[in-house]
Design a protein around this ligand. Structure first.
Ligand code: BGC
Length: 344
């Protein structure tokens, strides 16, 4: 086990950014940045002994600052979407940043993903990142302290432990936005990657990507990943939800289970298999439908379906959906959650 700290770059605003590389005894390495609390790279050995970086993203800070679609970063205070950028808590209405088409609040306005977090090495295999969001940031009530600890075990499991507390009542929904490509970031699209998701239902959305309120069965639809299938098998079907989003970009309502991963992905070309564990009720499957146009690692252009995201979360737009599992936390109440990615 080892952790190496390196200077990564200086932001446009003049703040130095560092990377922390956590390595385990099997040669797996996770690179975490203070900028956005990002998981910048994840080096995993494939079935043939070759080490591959399985994250699509950037190797320069400018990429994170200028060309980001949230590659690898932490997202808060409220990941995914809040309809109309407005919600009411305790009889008071809050207007938050409407950074999507001027109407929707997407990924909490981006604040947590652009922030430079304070890092500390808390064990030989763990780095804790901390960020304090000021009262009123992006329009959200209260000062919120957040910490996310990245731990890499010798069992090849990367664990993300989230903890947050706010001085006002409010909604808390945190995630990490890594784009995986288990063939390696430079290997082409992820359509052949096999995926299983333990979810019998998902949330259809309207044209603004806001859940309609319907909790729809996946049965008989292209959204059924209960049996393993390649991501690309049904992605081109004439399904109104897929056509609207140019692919998968939907919250899965994870089935309650205790006996294994909530999702599992496998790349036949490299033999890399990843299991996802979480204590959260939802997971957004996003197949990088809008990735084209930006330049990523090694100067290579990104393209549609270059990576997939498994964003563990409370369901989107819960402030307007009291019937969804609640992520309303009282002032001073502690939010905790754990998500991990295990390579087996
Ligand atoms: C959203 C997508 C969005 C992407 C990048 C995902 O979480 O669901 O609609 O394009 O993030 O912002």
């Amino acid at each position: 086990m080892s952790i190496e700290k390196k200077w990564f770059g200086t932001t446009a605003g003049g703040t130095d950014v560092y990377s922390y590389t956590i390595g385990n005894k099997n040669g797996m390495r996770a690179v975490v940045l203070t900028y956005g609390g990002a998981l910048q790279a994840l080096y995993v050995k494939d079935a043939y002994g070759k080490t591959r970086d399985v994250l699509v993203g950037f190797d320069d800070l400018e990429g994170f600052e200028q060309r980001s679609n949230y590659q690898g970063v932490l997202v808060g205070r409220y990941c995914n979407r809040i309809a109309d950028g407005s919600f009411t808590v305790g009889g008071r209405t809050y207007d938050v940043t409407r950074n999507e088409k001027g109407v929707t609040c997407l990924h909490g306005g981006g604040e947590f993903s652009r922030a430079v977090w304070q890092a500390s090495v808390i064990a030989e295999n763990a780095v804790a990142l901390r960020y304090t969001s000021p009262d009123g940031a992006e329009g959200f009530p209260g000062e919120m302290e957040t910490s996310v600890t990245y731990t890499l075990t010798d069992d090849n499991e990367l664990i993300l432990d989230y903890k947050a507390r706010c001085t006002a009542d409010g909604y808390i929904n945190l995630t990490n936005h890594a784009y995986f490509n288990l063939g390696g970031f430079d290997s082409g699209d992820i359509l052949n990657t096999e995926l299983r998701i333990r979810a019998s239902h998902y949330l259809p959305t309207d044209a603004r990507s806001i859940p309609t309120g319907e909790v729809r069965s996946v049965k008989g639809t292209p959204f059924d990943f209960r049996e393993v299938k390649p991501i690309g098998r049904d992605i081109g079907e004439e399904d109104e939800q897929l056509l609207m989003c140019r692919g998968y970009d939907h919250n899965y309502c994870l089935d309650a289970h205790r006996d294994g991963p909530a999702a599992e992905a496998y790349c036949p070309a490299t033999g890399i298999r990843m299991q996802l564990f979480t204590d959260l009720p939802g997971m957004q499957l996003y197949t990088g439908n809008f990735l084209q146009g930006s330049i990523g690692k090694k100067g290579l252009p990104m393209f549609r379906h270059a990576g997939f995201c498994l964003e563990t979360q409370y369901y989107p737009d819960t402030p307007h959906r009291p019937e969804f599992p609640s992520c309303l936390f009282k002032a001073g109440e502690v939010y905790t959650s754990r998500t991990s990615f295990k390579f087996v």
